[in-house]
Design a binder for this molecule. Structure first.
Ligand code: FMN
Length: 176
């Protein structure tokens, strides 16, 4: 299979759970956020907002919602929020696409960060009620996920974790 630059990036990116304390240059952070801004969304509704927590006080506070030192000790935490009321809703079954859209923004940012040599790790296992309160989120705003952003303090190997082979991933069409 030919390895495109994108495939190499997708293969090299991995969840980073150890960060150097070094600051993330503002230009790199803005590039990561820009990648999120450029993500596709259903009917181009862009029902997302990104919250950037840089201060140690803020990061420590957020650590109460996800109690891992490596999480809040990273120099930056990006919180991807969604506003379901702004999102497209499928008429047939009422499915709200805010979560899907927010996930795409997060994925774009994680890949952009990896390209810049920055580590990220999608955090979904946080306490949502605690995180809302700590961040002071208004009603109607939900958190899709958070990610630390910083320079990895570990070697980033191509694909540390295995993936199901393509043969088991692509389903056979019923007419084939
Ligand atoms: C929606 C989602 C939620 C996740 N939540 C957590 C989490 O709470 N804590 C954590 O350490 N990793 C979390 N991860 C990272 C996954 O464990 C990781 O992506 C997966 O094991 C594959 O490893 P890789 O990212 O290194 O390829 C999450 C990933 C996704 C996509």
């Amino acid at each position: 299979m030919p390895k495109t630059n994108f495939l190499q990036l997708a293969e090299t990116r991995r969840s980073v759970r150890a960060y150097k304390p070094d600051e993330v240059p503002e230009e790199l952070l803005q590039t990561v956020l820009e990648a999120g801004r450029l993500a596709p969304s259903a009917v181009n509704k862009q029902p997302w907002r990104f919250l950037v927590v840089r201060s140690e006080t803020g990061r420590r506070a957020l650590g109460a919602a996800y109690a891992r030192e490596w999480f809040w000790k990273a120099p930056v935490i990006i919180v991807v929020c969604i506003l379901p009321q702004e999102a497209w809703v499928r008429s047939y079954d009422g499915k709200n696409y805010a979560m899907v859209d927010g996930a795409l923004a997060m994925d774009h940012m994680q890949l952009a960060a990896a390209e810049l040599g920055l580590g990220t790790c999608w955090i979904g296992a946080f306490d949502p009620a605690a995180a809302r309160e700590i961040l002071g989120l208004p009603d109607g705003v939900e958190i899709v996920g958070m990610t630390p952003v910083g320079f990895p303090d570990v070697e980033t190997h191509p694909r540390g974790r295995s993936r199901r082979p393509l043969g088991e991933t692509v389903m056979k069409e019923r007419w084939g």
